[in-house]
Design a protein around this ligand. Structure first.
Ligand code: NDP
Length: 288
């Protein structure tokens, strides 16, 4: 039986609509508007597209976005100064520094310099620690997108075998923690995993976050499994995921497409995190 295709674009649109309504109400009640600073260093073409999409989403939901576009030779000190000024700016409730940064800038130093209350990417060690303790309110957007796509599609998580291929700090590791908090049994695989198929074939829910086009073939997937494809790879035909979609979709129960799956949901989760950060800062300042 052909798979149900999880429509990330549609689910993301509904979430953005709800966020827009909530922001509108806050504005009517308090006159306050959420502000997101988007910092881009250099001219990486993929990063330019991501930043453009994030700004577009801000417009859709009614978040004021301020773009800080800096040349690729910007020094680490200059970027740290900008972060310090955004940390202090009461009109900025979320700070997003588009990664990757040029090699002469230490990414961890920039992440650590960001006020954790404004860390809408959920990358700051304080927020990562809270995620481990299951007390986080600002959680890395892509893992949050994965869980939300499953929830909105009515796919149960508790008690299921989840296999995540990829262990990056921004996708694989935080996704594993979120699944664990939802009482799944989680296995994380990576480039040194031997006999990868032994693990992937056991997965009720398989998450591919590898960065290799069409790497996961149908013969690596259990019949009836749920497959979440995080990969975004570019080839002549356009965007392609980490899963071999044409063969996999004949075998699985649910699958996310690329594009139109995890990607748009990740941006919706950025909007959600910005709303969360904005509301918390209004509460902290006694405004709401
Ligand atoms: P990273 O390159 O940081 O991590 C890739 C992971 O895949 C690593 O853990 C690596 O293992 C593992 N891996 C690589 N080759 C193999 C292999 N042959 N077998 C098993 N595991 C392997 O990538 P990210 O986590 O940042 O991103 C993953 C993909 O998701 C990319 O395509 C990226 O573009 C996409 N992405 C999409 C987003 C969205 O919004 N949809 C957001 C973020 C990322 P090891 O650790 O051993 O090197």
């Amino acid at each position: 039986m052909p798979a149900n295709i999880i429509n990330g674009k549609e689910i993301a649109s509904a979430i953005k609509l709800a966020i827009a309504e909530e922001l509108k109400k806050i504005k009517t009640d308090t006159g306050r508007e959420a502000g997101l600073a988007v910092v881009l260093v250099g001219d990486d073409p993929a990063s330019i597209v991501y930043v453009r999409n994030k700004k577009k989403a801000c417009q859709e939901v009614g978040i004021r976005s301020s773009e800080y576009r800096l040349p690729k030779e910007t020094s680490q000190d200059a970027l740290l100064k900008l972060i310090a000024s955004l940390n202090k700016n009461p009109e900025i409730h979320g700070i997003l520094v588009q990664l990757p940064l040029p090699p002469h800038i230490q990414t961890d130093k920039i992440i650590e310099a960001t006020n954790p209350d404004k860390d809408v990417d959920g990358f700051h060690p304080v927020n990562v620690g809270k995620l481990v303790a299951n007390t986080a309110s600002l959680i890395s957007c892509t893992p949050l997108a994965i869980i939300t796509l499953l929830d909105k599609s009515g796919i149960p998580i508790e008690g299921r075998k989840v296999v995540i291929v990829g262990r990056s700090n921004i996708v694989g590791k935080p996704a594993a923690l979120l699944f664990l908090h939802r009482n799944a049994t989680v296995t994380i695989c990576h480039s040194r995993t031997k006999n990868l198929s032994d693990y992937t074939l056991r997965a009720d829910i398989l998450v591919a976050a590898i960065g290799k086009p069409a790497f996961v073939k149908a013969d690596m997937i259990k019949k009836g499994a749920v497959v979440i494809d995080v990969g975004i790879n570019r080839d002549e035909a356009g965007l392609i995921g980490d899963v071999d979609f044409p063969s996999a979709k004949e075998k699985v129960s649910y699958i996310t497409p690329v594009p139109g799956g995890v990607g748009p949901m990740t941006i919706a989760m950025l909007m959600k995190n910005t709303l969360t950060a904005f509301k918390q800062q209004q509460i902290d300042n006694g405004i709401i």
